[in-house]
Each structure stands twice: as C-alpha cells, then as structure tokens.
Write a protein that binds this ligand. Structure first.
Ligand SMILES: NC(=O)c1ccc[n+]([C@@H]2O[C@H](COP(=O)([O-])OP(=O)(O)OC[C@H]3O[C@@H](n4cnc5c(N)ncnc54)[C@H](O)[C@@H]3O)[C@@H](O)[C@H]2O)c1
Length: 361
C-alpha cells in the first residue's frame, strides 16, 4: 500500500477514530484493525482472514465492516462500539499459531479499545490462540468459556424480526399459514427454517449445496426445494429471507419479488444505494439486515460477561421490539426502514456517547 492509499483514510471522510496497520514479517502477518467508533464502549468486531486482491481492497473492506459493526451494536442496545479487523492472505496457506499470536499482540497493544471475534476465515480455535497473547478476545471455544456457534441466536433474532414485520403487515406476529422462501440453508438458514416450521409456515428453500438442502429436508420433510435463488425469487412468496451472501436484493430481484416482506440473515443485502427506496416503492417491507441479524453479535458480547444463553436469548428477543420501532420511525419520518435504522443507531451513539462528557469527579 502506498502512503497515499493509507492517507486516503482521511480523504475518504469515513469518520473512523483509528486505523492500525500491523506487520510481522517472519510470520507473514499483514493486518488492518479499524475502529469506527468507541462512543458506546470498546469496539467489537470479528477478524476476517481473506486473500484480498490488494491491500487497498482490504482497507476498503475493513473500513466498511467496522462502520457496520458500530451501527449494529448501537441498534442492538449494546454498550459496544464498532470495529473490525482483516488479515490479508489465504488462511489455508498462511494461518499458523505464530501468526495468530503475533496478531494477538497487536490487538493487545490497543489495550481494550478493540475486541476481536470470529469472522470469515477465522474460527473459535483461532481465537483461543489469539487469546494466549491478548485479553480482548471473544467468540472462543466452549472449552475456554466461549459461547460456541452464534448461528442459533442469529436465526432466533431474524425470526423475531420477521414476526415483527408480519405484525406490521398482516396484524399478527406470526408466520402461520404464510409462504416463506429461505435462500441459503447453512448454519443460520437451517435454524431459521426450524423456527418457521414450528410457527406453522409453509417453507420453500434453495441452496447451492445439495447436502445443506438434504439436511433440512431430513429434519423437515414438508419443506419444498427450488433449484436456484432466482427460482425462489420468482416463486409466489409472502416473505423472502436471504440467508446466503450479500447483494441479494438487486433491481431485478426487487422487480420480480411477490413477497410483501424481506427479512433474512445475510449481511449487506442491498446491492446498491437506492434499492431500499425501490423496495419501499414496490410496497415491500424490508427489515434491515444488520438489525435482524444482530443475534450473533449479542451472543459474543454476552460472552464478555461470562456467557449465559438465556440472557443472550432474551436480548436477541428484543429484536422484535427494535424492528417495530424502526418500522414506526420509518412511517413517522417518511423514510425507508433502512434509513430509519441508521437514524436510530446514530441517535443512540450521539445521545448515549455524549454522556461520557459528564465529568465524574
Ligand atoms: N453465522 C452467524 O451468526 C451470522 C451472523 C450475522 C450474519 N450472518 C450472515 O448470514 C449469512 C449466512 O451465514 P451462515 O453462517 O449461515 O453461513 P453458511 O456459510 O453456513 O451458510 C450459507 C449457505 O448459503 C449457501 N449459498 C451460497 N451461495 C448461495 C446461492 N447463490 N444460492 C443459494 N445458496 C447459497 C451455502 O451453500 C450455505 O449453505 C451470511 O451472509 C453471514 O454473513 C451470519
């Protein structure tokens, strides 16, 4: 990366508090830690280990992801700021104990301004290695006091958001008798299907991995399958739940969808700016992704207090109320729910963050 790219962090006007470049030549560690905000508490966000095409791509990603985490934590009512880290390289080639521990020392050097966790390319076992050099690690293995797989509460939170959207749309907080399409039945999607089936929904799924489909149909024989996400979008649906990759809602999808609600776990569902308005214009109620998929963050945040599944579940259940608040604000202020969610998150960062200015003597 040239000095000019790095200086670009300021020119881009991203509003980040701190961006740290970490390099340990013998292990090949090249990492960037970005702290967007600590207004509500220490910045928490996972470490993505990914073979970025360029260091500039890695910087772009970590800046966007860390900002997203600040909004997600704020809207989830957590006393956490937003941060994220990326390690540049192919984890299958580069990941070693020494590299992870070197990375841990850099995280430690921030003295708790940033807490790390798992993300794409990093796992609870990796967090255990990092924690050998660093106190600011969550998402650890159960053997080390960690909370384990976060997809259970992520799916639960998405289901709460969907119930809230159903109440706003049809007057009752249930998916009973509704047709729900779930695109991607991996860790989160699969648990979501169980909630939906238990609630009496008619569920249609798709996944590029036949084993994932077979597993769900093994548990729930009545769940139907269609071949592709495009086929699912074209199916007569009441609710569409993108639970695979980002960018699921583009112009073509929004133009095709018959669903009245979109509510799913995937991050960054809106393919481009303005698509939230297109959804609104088509009368489709969009439950903002980072609001409804906060269950995983709630879980790793709870681990910092000594994990209690019940307490974390109660917090994830509040996604129901938050979703209703966001839809109400969207109605009051005449903006799409995605904009209303951002406004609520920003308000909390400003109003609660401001309290740090009260001198405690
Ligand atoms: N796991 C969590 O706790 C969590 C928390 C917040 C957000 N998310 C987001 O939710 C989404 C799903 O996460 P996950 O943990 O279940 O991941 P996962 O990898 O376990 O599942 C994703 C599934 O989507 C399938 N898939 C990929 N491309 C597809 C396509 N084009 N069409 C249909 N299916 C496709 C995969 O085969 C896989 O089964 C991701 O966007 C993730 O970032 C996950």
């Amino acid at each position: 990366m040239t000095a000019r790219d790095a200086a670009g962090v300021f020119d881009r006007g991203t509003g980040h508090e701190q961006v740290v470049f970490c390099h340990d030549e013998p292990t090949g560690l090249k990492a960037i830690i970005a702290i967007y905000s600590t207004a509500l508490g220490p910045a928490l966000g996972g470490t993505r280990f990914y073979p970025y095409a360029s260091e500039n791509d890695a910087l772009e990603d970590v800046l966007n992801l860390s900002k997203g985490m600040a909004y997600k934590a704020a809207l989830a009512g957590l006393d956490l700021g937003g941060g994220k880290a990326v390690i540049i390289g192919d984890p299958t080639q580069l990941k070693t104990e020494a590299l992870l521990r070197a990375y841990g020392r850099f995280v430690e050097s921030l003295h708790g301004r940033y807490y790390t966790a798992c993300d794409v390319g990093t796992f609870s076992e990796d967090m255990d290695h990092i924690a050998r050099e660093c106190s600011y690690v969550t998402g650890r293995t159960v053997a080390h006091g960690g909370a384990g797989d976060s997809s259970v509460l992520t799916a639960y939170g998405v289901f709460q958001g969907m119930r809230a959207a159903a109440e706003v749309t049809w007057g009752a907080p249930t998916l009973h008798g509704r047709t729900v399409g779930v695109a991607g039945v991996g860790k989160v999607g699969r648990h979501l299907v169980t909630h939906l089936v238990d609630d009496g929904a008619d569920v249609v799924i798709t996944d590029v991995d036949p084993a994932a489909v077979a597993r769900v149909q093994g548990e729930h024989p009545d769940v139907r399958e269609v071949a592709t996400a495009a086929d699912l979008v074209a199916t007569e649906l009441d609710v569409y739940a993108p639970c695979a990759l980002g960018g699921a809602l583009d112009d073509e999808v929004v133009a095709t969808l018959s669903a009245k609600i979109v509510c799913g776990a995937a991050n960054n569902q809106l393919a481009h700016e303005g698509i939230e308005k297109t959804l609104q214009d088509r009368g489709i109620l969009y439950a903002p992704d980072y609001m409804v998929n906060a269950g995983g963050l709630i879980q790793v945040a709870d681990e910092l207090e000594g994990f209690s599944f019940e307490r974390a579940k109660q917090r994830a259940e509040k996604i129901f109320d938050t979703t209703k608040r966001v839809f109400a604000l969207a109605g009051d202020e005449g903006v799409p729910p995605a904009a209303a969610a951002d406004r609520l998150a920003e308000r909390r960062m400003t109003e609660v963050g401001r309290l740090r200015g009260i001198w405690l003597g």
